[in-house]
Write a protein that binds this ligand. Structure first.
Ligand code: GLN
Length: 230
């Protein structure tokens, strides 16, 4: 038995205020993690990583504030918790959001500007193939539902995927900055576990690193600046 096999599967939470929570729990389980919904600060404190699902970011942000989760979520990101945001979850992680109500709050931490509902009303929802850096095999079948795109990405942000062809040609739809990952699309809806597996690997590596640095994990990050590389 290898050393890695002695370590239990990472526990990944899914923020369960609003959105497609069940689909992410299933996708994370398929990708080898233990997964559970997270609604309260005490539940957030238990997990090794977190998924912020798709849904409606304005509603999700309001519920996060009402449930006393916004400050704990921000603190967790600053402390280096790995977080993957899909669609509305991408918006929740963004430092700057365009086409949002003026008072819309986010968790932040990801040095990007995203535009809500960016693909326009006429292409409200569409599907296409997107090549994701670091994933073996064919392009990911990406489902976009009133999706945002990344309009600007800071220097520490790695672009993982762009739309190819069509009116949105070249638009950034998958990014990573340190322990934060975000996609405009919904890999939890297509039965392809590779994007979740990429995130679960990041969670595993972050946990191993935090454990080996003897509890120093709470000091990493400083706004998500720590770059975790395989
Ligand atoms: N348009 C939604 C928002 O602004 C996101 C849509 C989604 O998550 N599928 O939050």
């Amino acid at each position: 038995m290898s050393g890695a096999a002695l370590v239990s599967a990472p526990l990944v939470g899914v923020l369960a205020l609003q959105g497609d929570v069940r689909e992410h729990v299933a996708a994370l389980t398929a990708a080898g993690a233990r997964a559970q919904p997270v609604r309260r600060p005490a539940e957030l404190a238990e997990v090794d990583g977190l998924v912020v699902p798709g849904g409606e970011s304005t509603t999700m942000a309001k519920l996060a504030a009402r449930f006393g989760m916004l400050a704990p979520l921000r603190a967790a990101v600053r402390a280096g918790l790995p977080v993957y945001g899909s669609c509305a979850g991408m918006i929740m992680l963004a430092d700057t959001v365009l086409d949002a109500p003026a008072d819309q709050e986010t968790i932040g931490g990801l040095d990007v500007t995203v535009r809500r509902n960016a693909f326009g009303r006429q292409v409200d929802s569409f599907e296409t193939e997107v090549v994701i850096a670091g994933l073996d095999g064919p392009p990911v079948h990406a489902v976009f539902i009133r999706a945002p795109w990344v309009e600007e990405a800071g220097p520490g942000v790695e672009v993982l995927g762009r739309v190819e062809g069509g009116p949105a040609d070249g638009k950034i739809v998958a990014v990573r900055q340190g322990r934060l990952v975000a996609t405009s699309f919904h890999p939890e809806l297509t039965g392809d576990p590779r994007v979740h597996a990429l995130f679960v690997e990041l969670v595993r590596a972050a946990r191993a690193r935090d454990l080996s640095s003897d509890g120093a994990g709470a000091g990493v990050g400083g706004g998500g600046g720590e770059l975790l590389r395989e």
